[in-house]
Write a protein that binds this ligand. Structure first.
Ligand code: AP5
Length: 214
């Protein structure tokens, strides 16, 4: 099963993708994570990517489609893929359609995580991530365990993203509404769009997604 999690920054795409990986042996393909890896590579491409991401703009279609193509053509995951943060433009959606068709793979569900913009500032500014395994925490709604160790891997280093600030979030939201939200109509017209209430508790959102997948 291959699915897309669609939603603005902070909607909870990464949080839910990690749950699906644990529970269903699916593979998370997050273009954000791939780009953060590229930016720390020390290459010229990494430097350009870092500048674009920190401002909250979208990286070019060419770069992200190339990253996804590389992952998909090096062997399909048995449990299927969760596309997290991809596609983000109509060009990316078209490219994904072609890639999956070439591989003889279906796109089974497009799940829109519906949230209220007002909740996103608090979610984004309170987020931290385990440097060891990428587990996502929040200062209020999902704090790091009291012993200071990641519940998933026991790591003790937690990082905050350079683009997790109010200024960058404004640009990221604008990019979402201008470049990514047309995908809602695109997949709706294809009869593939399903929605969940992303403002619910994390486990309740997971249950709504499970109801769609099952
Ligand atoms: P990316 O890394 O994809 O970031 P994003 O889409 O902005 O989404 P986030 O990771 O910020 O949020 P999320 O929805 O995963 O929320 P999370 O689960 O962490 O992209 C970053 C940048 O990379 C882009 O700006 C762009 O520059 C570039 N990029 C990436 N992909 C690209 C593409 N395809 N094309 C072009 N450029 C691309 O949750 C957030 C917080 O809320 C956490 O602290 C979490 O604990 C908490 N939380 C989650 N769910 C709940 C809940 N139900 N209740 C309460 N708290 C919750």
């Amino acid at each position: 099963m291959n699915i897309i999690l669609l939603g603005p920054p902070g909607a909870g795409k990464g949080t839910q993708a990690r749950k699906l990986v644990d529970e269903r042996a699916m593979v998370q393909l997050s273009t954000g994570d791939m780009l953060r890896e590229a930016r720390s590579s020390g290459t010229e491409m990494g430097r350009i990517v870092a500048e674009v991401m920190d401002k909250g703009h979208l990286v070019t279609d060419e770069i992200v489609i190339g990253l996804i193509r590389e992952k998909l053509t090096t062997g399909m995951a048995k449990g299927g893929y969760i596309f997290d943060g991809f596609p983000r433009t109509l060009a990316q959606a078209d490219a994904l359609g072609v890639l999956l068709a070439d591989l003889g793979q279906p796109l089974d569900h497009v799940i829109e995580m519906r949230v209220d913009d007002a909740a996103l500032v608090a979610r984004i500014t309170g987020r931290s991530t385990c440097a060891g395994c990428g587990e996502v925490y929040h200062d209020v709604t999902r704090p790091v365990p009291a012993d200071g160790k990641c519940a998933n891997c026991g790591g003790t280093t937690f990082t905050r993203r350079a683009d997790d600030n109010e200024d960058s979030l404004k640009t990221r939201l604008l990019a979402y509404y201008k470049q990514t939200s047309p995908l809602i109509g695109f997949y709706y017209a294809k009869g593939m769009l399903e929605g969940v209430d992303g403002l619910a508790e994390i486990d309740d959102v997971a249950a709504s997604i499970a109801a769609i997948l099952d």
